[in-house]
Design a protein around this ligand. Structure first.
Ligand code: MG
Length: 168
């Protein structure tokens, strides 16, 4: 069996608003995240991890932020699109491990829903999707609550009958 690991990172600034979206889950907050899409930084980090592991480029190349088609788009739709590309090449996620770094809001109460949302989107068992949250101890732009960061690591496996794709 062929295995590949990928990592992704993303950052979005906070802006005026009433909620933010992480892993497809709407989280009420006194501010939102700024972005061309829905600014779901966790989803974007995961997409880049998937694209990295499968050597299919990156989120900016596939979904340019200059394209009006992606304005305010639900990033879970972008995730579905990327999973489709992977599936065409025989790649299947094995497990995902993510970290969100933000000072606010407190994410602990939302983690189970976020994990469930991502597991459902990827067709993975609950114990194969981990999402963790940390603060930045008040340091740097994250600590000053100017932005939120997300990181993701993903393991992919490729079906045996798709091995030839990896040789290209
Ligand atoms: Mg992004």
């Amino acid at each position: 069996m062929k295995l590949r690991i990928g990592q992704g990172w993303d950052l979005h600034r906070f802006c005026e608003g009433t909620s933010l979206r992480l892993g497809g889950v709407e989280i009420p907050f006194e501010r939102s995240l700024l972005g061309h899409s829905d600014a779901d930084a966790l989803c974007h980090a995961l997409i880049d991890a998937l694209l990295g592991a499968s050597h299919l480029g990156d989120i900016g190349r596939l979904f340019p932020d200059t394209d009006p088609a992606y304005e305010n788009i639900n990033s879970m739709l972008l995730l579905q699109s990327v999973l489709g590309l992977l599936q065409e090449r025989g790649w299947q996620p094995v497990n995902v491990d993510c970290t969100i770094i933000t000072q606010q809001p407190k994410l602990a109460p939302h983690i189970p829903l976020i994990e469930e949302s991502l597991a459902k989107a990827m067709g993975l068992p609950a114990d194969c999707v981990s999402v963790k949250a940390k603060t930045a101890e008040g340091l740097g732009p994250v600590g000053r609550q100017e932005c939120l960061e997300a990181m993701a690591v993903v393991l992919l496996q490729q079906r045996n009958d798709f091995f030839f794709w990896a040789e290209r």
